[in-house]
Ligand binder design. Structure first.
Ligand SMILES: CC(C)(COP(=O)(O)OP(=O)(O)OC[C@H]1O[C@@H](n2cnc3c(N)ncnc32)[C@H](O)[C@@H]1OP(=O)(O)O)[C@@H](O)C(=O)NCCC(=O)NCCS
Length: 231
């Protein structure tokens, strides 16, 4: 598909009846994790949103979607044939859960609440490359927090698309934000993860900022379509 779909749901908006209905979609391991996390609405919202979206693509029921997790915790479709065709990723923060889905292209997503304040001093500063740190420092006070979250969401979306998560050093790559869309810059040397990436960044309402990373080698990704799920 030449579209990446970014679906959102508001966990706090789920009524108790809806929570009960959606909980029945969870697999036994998911049920266990949901219990361990104190029946977290955020977990339920993210997982069932992914099931809803994937079920639509696979033309099966949401409870029939089979998921596994790799060694670093990235959820994937269990069946190899489905996995090679559909990639998805989940992110959540206060007030929002997101699921990005792409056909034939590796995808990662991150969302943060704009009210979140990431302190630009160590250790957070170690997550940024020198040019990103300089750019953050150049921003006027009221825009500095937003600029930090712009870089942060892009970095997380990238490492989540790779599946490495925060095991990859975040200051070893950086983003340029002055073009039409964010551009990834990698230092000279081997590029084990390829360099055909495309990044989207979107404000979702007034309170959230999201970034989506897509590996474009195998797909001609054209645009990001944002959709809301109201179960
Ligand atoms: C992936 C990671 C960046 C998540 O960051 P976060 O800001 O806390 O959370 P987000 O809301 O953006 O994303 C969480 C979701 O990402 C997905 N996820 C988990 N591990 C992932 C990975 N390695 N790659 C991509 N996605 C991952 C899951 O769906 C998770 O939600 P769920 O548990 O409700 O299903 C972080 O957990 C990480 O670096 N993990 C990998 C390495 C690691 O330390 N693993 C520990 C277990 S071995």
């Amino acid at each position: 598909m030449d579209e990446i779909h970014l679906w959102s749901v508001v966990p706090e908006a789920l009524s108790p009846r809806t929570v009960d209905r959606l909980a029945a979609w969870l697999s036994p391991p998911e049920q266990e994790r949901w219990e361990r996390r104190g029946r977290s609405r955020d977990y339920l919202a993210g997982r069932t949103l992914a099931r809803h979206v994937l079920a639509g693509h696979l033309d099966i029921g949401p409870e029939a979607v089979e998921l596994v997790e790799d060694a670093l915790g990235r959820p994937e479709l269990a069946r190899e044939q489905e996995r090679s065709q559909l990639s998805f990723n989940i992110s959540g923060t206060q007030g929002m859960a997101l699921c990005a889905v792409a056909r034939g292209a590796q995808v990662g997503v991150d969302v943060e609440a704009l009210t979140r304040r990431l302190d630009p001093s160590p250790p957070i500063a170690r997550s940024f490359a020198p040019c990103e740190r300089e750019d953050i420092a150049r921003q006027p006070g009221d825009l500095r927090g937003r600029r930090i979250l712009q870089y942060w969401t892009l970095k997380e979306a990238y490492v989540k698309a790779l599946g490495t998560g925060l095991t990859l050093a975040l200051d070893r790559f950086w983003f340029e934000l002055d073009g039409d869309e964010p551009r990834l810059v990698l230092p000279p040397g081997p590029r084990p993860h390829g360099d055909s990436w495309r990044f989207f960044q979107r404000s979702l309402g007034e309170r959230h900022l999201a970034a989506v990373a897509v590996k474009t080698e195998t797909a001609g990704v054209q645009r990001l379509v944002v959709r809301a799920w109201r179960p």
